[in-house]
Design a protein around this ligand. Sequence first.
Ligand code: NAI
Length: 248
Amino acid sequence: MDDLKDHVAVVTGGGRGIGREVARELASRGARVAVVSRNPESCGSAVEAIHAEFPGQAAAYAVDVADHTAVQEVAKRILGDLGGTDILVNNAGITRDGLLMRMKEEDWDAVLDTNLKGAFNTVKAFMRPLMKSEHGRIINIASVIGLIGNAGQANYSASKAGLIGFTKAVARELAGRAVTCNAVAPGFITTDMTSELPESVREAVLAKIPLATFGEPRDIAAAVAYLAGPSARYITGQVLAVDGGMTM
Ligand code: NAI
């Protein structure tokens, strides 16, 4: 399928996990993809892997999305190199779990700075080219934890719930310019982020998933590609849960 041919996509946190699969999926549909990550090696290797399948369809940019000034600078480079932006996927995210009683201020700040302020920084940086595009799309990767909360993840829950509120406000602000903004809320997806969890936690989560299996990065990539594509032109301000039925 080449429904994203000639589109330019920016995917943050594209070096591994869900973001890497999203970048690959968008490239497979014809988009040229800026793979953004704070880790130069991982975004470089993600780009190499994309080139092996889809030559010339990706470029790597290392930046910390929490750094407002650095994001504006990298956006200028991306626009210079790729000539515009049609799709922005805010996927970069971290966890610093702990019960509130023990959560340190720096754990709160680090998670909010990456997961929520990071999206503010990139939307600010790419807003003009997205408005110039005839099919501007913003897709924010939230989480079911932003919808239902989770003990030990007050910072992460707040960041993802905030991202959902941000999604709806941006959807309203940019609707007049035909830019859509939606969120995808993954459930439990098998990646490096979730592999750190103890087996007992994984089993407890599995018991709450009606489809009785963990998701894969490709499940999220398929939802993102749908929202990025022409079939989703009339969908904005929505949260699509891709969670095996966890939050129905
Ligand atoms: P991951 O930890 O495997 O990958 C995250 C990527 O984001 C890495 O490439 C990392 O370098 C990058 N990143 C982190 N902080 C950054 C920063 N400040 N600036 C630039 N890049 C940064 O995580 P995973 O599992 O692929 O998650 C991706 C997104 O999906 C995150 O936003 C996460 O919160 C969300 N999510 C994941 C779920 C899961 O079960 N894996 C469930 C629900 C949401």
